[in-house]
Design a protein around this ligand. Sequence first.
Ligand code: MF3
Ligand code: CO
Length: 266
Amino acid sequence: MAIAIKSAREIALMRQAGKLLAKVHEDLAKELRPGMSTLEIDRLGEDMIRSLGCVPSFKNYCGYPASVCVSVNEEVVHGIPSSKRWIDEGDIVSLDIGLIHKGYHSDAARTHGIGEIHKEAALLIERTRQSFFEGMHFAKPGRHLYEISGAIGGYAEQFDYGVVRDLCGHGIGKKLHEEPEVPNFRKLARGVKLRPGMALAIEPMINMGTWQVCWLEDEWTVVSADMSLSAHYENTIVITEGEPEILTLTESELAEDESLNRYLRG
Ligand code: MF3
Ligand code: CO
């Protein structure tokens, strides 16, 4: 199967799907409090998605039981919300959310610190975010897919972080997961040539320690093999004739995001 090139109409719908998801991220982040259960986070997120008239795309996807993946500390991705798991001051909490709007998907993740967190944890979060923007320099027509991958991985590795290799970003559109796979590390091959209209979910998952990961017995939760902290940052983007369009940035990120501004300044 070839990689779908989205029409202007499809991109307009994905842009709306991205905006709506950004709103959910923005509002849900404001609700995070020490002592809250991860199930509470999921319930709030699902209500927000539905009250915007959208469908939570993760719910029942391959049997995943929730709308928001909530991954705490050493959990990399796909943490299952639970009424018996509480977030605490000092934790880092990754929220990965996807929704469907008028038949089109958007997918984005952010890692938040709860209250005061260690300096090293804050750096991990910021550098994981920055690795995404390093990749964006290559998200242009004529560039090749794995130039994005190499830029993300190369940036993170200079801090001796572990770049997760067992999970990747992906094409996105009418389906949550479309071709191509988007790794976050350098590959020997260069990958497909990027073309305007390709929509991608790019999602670096970066560990403080080893890149290796394990799956817990719930068959979903991915943790770092050495139990080191892990951060996740994901946006849905579209390749255009010029700069990539990042569809899932929140209003406050658009207003004040340091990485974004650094990136736009070149
Ligand atoms: N952002 C993740 C992904 O793209 C979320 C999928 S979680 C699942 O793979 F529950 F939907 F599987
Ligand atoms: Co994704």
